[in-house]
Design a protein around this ligand. Structure first.
Ligand code: ADP
Length: 309
């Protein structure tokens, strides 16, 4: 039983300030922090902390941030031998300013993430064969996600696609996806339709079912998550908690969902557990440091009186 995450490594460099600078202006900020993240790394940490053997594949730069990723992955128990180091590009970075109002501005440079190539995946066919669940997002080159979908299909593996950031998806990639997890905005972009009501989310998800996705889970922030498949639809409500930082909520959901499916949970139960993971994650700062461990998640579910089969 194991999860393979192919995805991005990005460091968020976050400065807070009263007011973000205008063009040509410098303002004095009041705090600065760096957070290791990227959708791929966030999802891999969510999965490993839920107790699945997890492998994270992607590319960092030959620099300090790249080294920090190696150390953090190793400390968590990841095998880093499959992480590529780009000789050309620096580790992916997001420069973020957060105003006291909470308003943020982000400039993301993918850097080394774009040096991970479809042919790199061909070298990993044995790893793909050994994995049960294969997960990716769209923060790398699109042809990497498309090629991974093909390899997952070839080896009969459950493929989970978190289509973020949103991009149009080709029919061949969509056909055969076990589970796709867009939020409502991403779903609207993928199907190129304005969707604003629950009815429209369900209809939108059905477009992806017609393209061959087996399960569509639309995440709806504080509302919860909506599963649409051939049996109908069901909404798993979010827990009411005091959120302090929702960065990584979707990643904690997809990562832990993958781990729970890997551990043999039914999709609805896996969603319920992932909903608890996300509820814990949003109550803490950061993304990777905020990912909860399995024991904590099960205690939270017990506290809430939720029985799982
Ligand atoms: P994304 O970060 O990709 O936009 P969402 O915001 O939809 O993803 O969040 C994913 C899941 O996390 C939701 O389906 C919900 O279960 C949970 N979640 C998100 N925000 C909150 C919140 N403020 N309180 C509790 N749960 C939340």
């Amino acid at each position: 039983m194991s999860v393979l995450v192919v995805g991005s490594f990005i460091v968020d460099c976050v400065a807070t300030c009263k007011r973000a600078p205008e063009a040509g202006e410098t303002v004095v900020g009041d705090s600065y922090n760096t957070y290791l993240g990227g959708k791929g790394a966030n999802q891999a940490f969510a999965a490993i902390r839920m107790g699945s053997k997890t492998t994270m594949v992607g590319c960092v730069g030959n620099d300090g941030f790249g080294k920090q990723f190696f150390e953090t992955l190793e400390a968590e128990g990841f095998d880093t031998s499959v992480v590529k180091v780009s000789p050309n590009n620096s580790t992916g970075v997001s420069l973020v300013t957060v105003e006291h109002s909470g308003q943020n501005r982000i400039c993301m440079t993918p850097g080394a993430n774009l040096d991970y190539l479809p042919e790199d995946l061909d070298k990993l066919e044995d790893l793909i064969k050994e994995s049960d669940i294969i997960v990716t997002q769209l923060e790398m080159r699109y042809d990497v996600a498309a090629h991974l979908a093909k390899l997952a299909k070839k080896h009969g593996k459950k493929f989970i696609l978190n289509p973020a950031p949103a991009a149009p998806l080709d029919d061949e990639t969509l056909d055969g996806i076990y589970c796709i997890t867009p939020n409502e905005t991403e779903l609207g972009i993928i199907i190129n339709r304005k969707i604003e009501t629950m009815e429209e989310y369900i209809e939108g998800a059905k477009v992806l079912l017609e393209k061959g996705c087996q399960n569509v889970i639309v995440t709806l922030g504080t509302i919860g998550s909506l599963l649409v498949n051939k049996n109908g639809h069901i909404l798993i409500p979010a827990f009411k908690v005091k959120a302090i930082d929702t960065v990584g909520a979707g990643d904690s959901f997809t990562g832990s969902l993958s781990a729970m499916l890997d551990q043999g949970r039914k999709l609805k139960d896996a969603m319920q557990i992932a909903t608890a993971v996300a509820a814990l994650e949003v109550q803490r700062n950061g993304a990777i440091p905020a990912m909860p461990y399995k024991e904590e998640v099960y205690s939270f579910l017990k506290e809430k009186g939720i029985e799982l089969n």
